[in-house]
Design a protein around this ligand. Structure first.
Ligand SMILES: [Zn+2]
Length: 315
């Protein structure tokens, strides 16, 4: 019995999801609770007295007579997409282990590809904002990696040739002192050099962090940002950094990331890589509580400002 409870508790099942968020009214109630935890507050005058009017369930403020909807002024603001579809998209994006392609997303929630793409980019931009505020501390395994280089027409419809679509990045895994993985950072850089590594360390690492990396020289630069550094040079397998036990988790995460991208997205157009990284990072860093992962993304979206077309189109 106890074991079953843990298993069911870990993932929000489709039927549990439908039971809780199957109707527009159920979703609306959830957003109301996030947005106005202490009851309705008029965004124009701060008043509390109101009536709910009309088919669209608008809030009419008795103080200033202005009308507002529960999603006005949030990322969910989009009259064409019902809340149930926002909830479904969020559920699919957060509960999938290897992410979900925009095409699959559009089929599952029953909207056009363009609509699914916009919705996804809006949610991903919220995840990017939330993850950008995160800093890392303790023991950190760090490695350099390059994404892509293959032809990409997966996003934006434009064809990009070879090297032009390559994205160098740093992958870092914060672990416990015993070496268990805690949180991950995927950080695109201009190139793998001291200057970029130092800038990243200043931005993302708390002073006193201990970085473990392979022998690549640029990682020494973390010490200029107040971190300590242990380069591990394996004499047994210099060409196989993945065989270094101290870098086990950073290599596991990198493997999972590449599998997710190759299996789901095929290739990602360079301007959007940061958002896909944010999506992966957001999911990984909340992997121990999948139901909460779903609600924390929706709550963040309900608390964030709307995105315009120009905000989400990066190229
Ligand atoms: Zn008012």
């Amino acid at each position: 019995m106890a074991r079953n409870r843990i298993q069911f508790g870990k993932r929000l099942s489709l039927s549990a999801f439908q039971e809780r968020y199957g109707t527009e009214e159920q979703c609306r109630q959830v957003v109301v609770a996030w947005r106005w935890p202490n009851g309705f507050m008029c965004p124009a005058c701060g008043g509390h007295d109101h009536a709910i009017v009309g088919k669209r369930r608008l809030y009419l403020c008795h103080g200033c007579r202005k009308q507002t909807s529960v999603i006005a002024g949030t990322v969910l603001e989009n009259s064409l997409v019902p809340l149930t579809k926002w909830f479904q998209a969020t559920w699919l994006i957060t509960q999938s282990k290897n992410s979900i392609s925009t095409l699959e997303l559009s089929r599952q929630i029953g909207v056009k590809w363009d609509t699914a793409w916009r919705l996804r980019q809006k949610l991903a931009s919220v995840m990017a904002e939330v993850e950008a505020r995160r800093s890392f501390k303790g023991r950190i395994e760090m490695d350099d990696a390059v994404l892509g280089g293959e032809k990409s027409e997966a996003e934006g419809g434009k064809r990009v040739r070879g090297g032009a679509n390559k994205v160098p990045f740093v992958v870092a895994v914060e672990t416990t002192a015993e070496g268990r993985p805690r949180r991950v950072l995927l950080h695109p850089v201009e190139r793998h050099d001291g200057k970029s590594i130092e800038a990243m360390a200043h931005e993302k690492l708390t002073a006193g962090t201990h970085v473990v990396s392979d022998g690549l020289g640029c990682f020494r630069a973390v010490t200029r940002a107040g971190a300590t550094h242990t380069p591990i040079v394996s004499s047994r397998a210099p060409e196989q950094p993945e065989k270094i036990p101290a870098l086990k988790w950073v290599n596991t995460v990198l493997g999972n990331l590449k599998t997710a991208i190759a299996g789901t997205h095929k290739a990602i157009w360079r301007p959007y890589v940061g958002r896909y990284f944010a999506e992966f990072q957001f999911r990984f860093n909340r992997r121990h509580d999948l139901p909460r992962l779903f609600s924390s993304l929706l709550a963040a979206a309900a608390g964030a400002r709307p995105r315009t077309h120009a905000d989400i189109r990066l190229a």
